[in-house]
Design a protein around this ligand. Structure first.
Ligand SMILES: Nc1ncnc2c1ncn2[C@@H]1O[C@H](COP(=O)(O)OP(=O)(O)O)[C@@H](O)[C@H]1O
Ligand SMILES: [Mg+2]
Length: 438
């Protein structure tokens, strides 16, 4: 590669004479050497996949397809972390990626949308929106899993996760035993069990089953008491009417997009985490039939990271996602959202670090000054990358992948603006257009 001497040049309107002629010696170096000297400028174009926007350094088109990059060995997994301060265009990028991926034959699943801002996007592509909340007739039975050899095991895992979430602690081996026995009892009824059936079975343990497990029936009743109280919250407590009956929806596995709108649940973190846990189980079952490549998008994921039980479950699902052709996209404000899960050295913290390690693409939008050091260490950014972070304009981010880094300005198509523009409610008094207030 040759960097030519800079010379004044002639254009159609006359001679270009903006400054004195530079008298630099010509410099000749191989692309490999220049790639070291100018890591941004010399990165080869990322041109496979759906168009995202413009590479800020080369002016070229930047495309992204986690499956293609994974297949080419550029990524160690297809998952993406997207972090940036509020209003920088994180959701807009996630929505564009979703819409453009659908055009390329992928499908998209949003397992929990706490602001209700994905509904117009799903409607635009003929997708399905399931809206959950108090007073809404929709019910999802999380125990409604695909019939099969591991149906009981996946119901058991789910019940344990729900119990841990409602009790705010891990559950003991004895509690696991009581829960498994109650589930087996509920399953013996013949129809798809519901959480109500499991709660009833916890309150009236089966004597023969207890004896077979070497436990007195009185002890089994005691073992299951806390768990029953926890689960009862979904049957008669503040979460009643959402997950405690047969599902009112069956899911079309071929739907281009499925959004679970949780905006009606309000700001309760427990309710949101429980809804996400139950809905992810329900969807796992409903979608297991389809093998299409799928984006699973956790917008506002920082809210979920406060619940260790949910993070544990998310990580287990992520481990399986590669086998199912799933790419997860996790949207945070800052990397320190991950620290909020737990103290250094704790199990929770290890889970958070695991989630980060499971995202081999990290897209960093503008960060506050106090986040720079932490972000730099967590992601192994270079000084040049770090210095960019506080300067990035809206819609522009550093895309860091194991073997390449790009600074990309996400270009929104005018047709996308109609259902991506979350500023509409701030600007217009009368914004209509079917959007839910965020
Ligand atoms: N690449 C972009 N070009 C132009 N406007 C954008 C771009 N990205 C986002 N916006 C605008 O910025 C606003 C806020 O974006 P949003 O995605 O909701 O931010 P965040 O999710 O980061 O809080 C949106 O209304 C959108 O119209
Ligand atoms: Mg957003």
């Amino acid at each position: 590669m040759n960097i030519a001497r800079v010379r004044p040049f002639r254009t159609s309107v006359g001679r270009y004479a903006a400054g004195p002629r530079l008298r630099l010696p010509a410099h000749r170096a191989s692309s490999a050497v220049l790639a070291g000297a100018y890591p941004f400028l010399a990165t080869s174009p990322c041109d496979t996949g759906v168009p995202v926007g413009v590479d800020a350094f080369t002016g070229g088109l930047f495309c992204f397809d986690p499956w293609a990059l994974y297949a080419a060995g550029d990524l160690t997994n297809p998952n993406v972390l997207l972090a940036g301060v509020i209003g920088q265009g994180k959701s807009a990028l996630a929505k564009s990626l979703a819409l453009r991926a659908i055009a390329a034959g992928r499908t998209v699943y949003v397992p929990g949308d706490p602001k209700g801002e994905w509904t117009p996007v799903a409607r635009a592509v003929g997708g399905t929106v399931v809206r959950l909340g108090p007073g809404i007739a929709t019910r999802l039975n999380p125990l409604d899993v695909m019939p099969g050899a591991d149906a009981s095991a996946s119901r058991g895992r789910l019940l344990a996760a729900i119990a841990a979430l409602t009790l705010h602690r891990g559950i003991s081996a004895a509690e696991h035993g009581a829960l498994d026995a109650a589930l087996a009892g509920a399953e013996r009824r013949g129809t798809t069990p519901t959480i109500g059936h499991v709660v009833a079975a916890l309150g009236a343990p089966d004597r023969a089953a207890a004896r077979a497990d070497g436990v007195r029936v009185e002890d089994r009743l005691l073992d299951g008491r806390d768990v029953a109280h926890g689960l009862r919250r979904l049957v008669r407590g503040d979460l009643a009417g959402l997950f405690d009956g047969p599902s009112t929806h069956t899911l079309d596995p071929g739907a281009p997009m499925v959004v679970l709108d949780l905006s009606a649940l309000g700001s309760g973190e427990d309710a949101l985490a429980l809804a996400m846990t139950c809905s992810s189980a329900w969807l796992e079952g409903a979608l297991a039939a389809s093998s299409a490549k799928r984006w699973v998008i956790y917008d506002e994921a920082w809210r979920l990271l406060r619940q260790v039980a949910l993070v544990r479950r998310m990580q287990a699902q992520w481990k399986l996602s590669r086998a199912h052709g799933i790419a997860n996209l996790m949207v945070l404000h800052r990397l320190s959202d991950l620290d909020a899960i737990g103290r250094q050295g704790s199990e929770a913290r290890a889970l958070a670090e695991g989630l980060l390690a499971d995202c081999s693409t990290r897209v960093i939008y503008r960060q506050e000054a106090d986040q720079l050091a932490g972000t730099t260490t967590a992601l192994g950014l270079t000084q040049a990358e770090r210095d960019l972070l506080p300067l990035l304009p809206r819609g522009t981010g550093v895309w860091k992948m194991p073997r390449r880094t790009h600074v990309v300005h996400h270009v929104l198509h005018p047709a996308e603006l109609d259902f991506i523009d979350t500023d509409a409610a701030m600007r217009d008094d009368n914004h209509g257009g079917g959007r839910d207030a965020a």
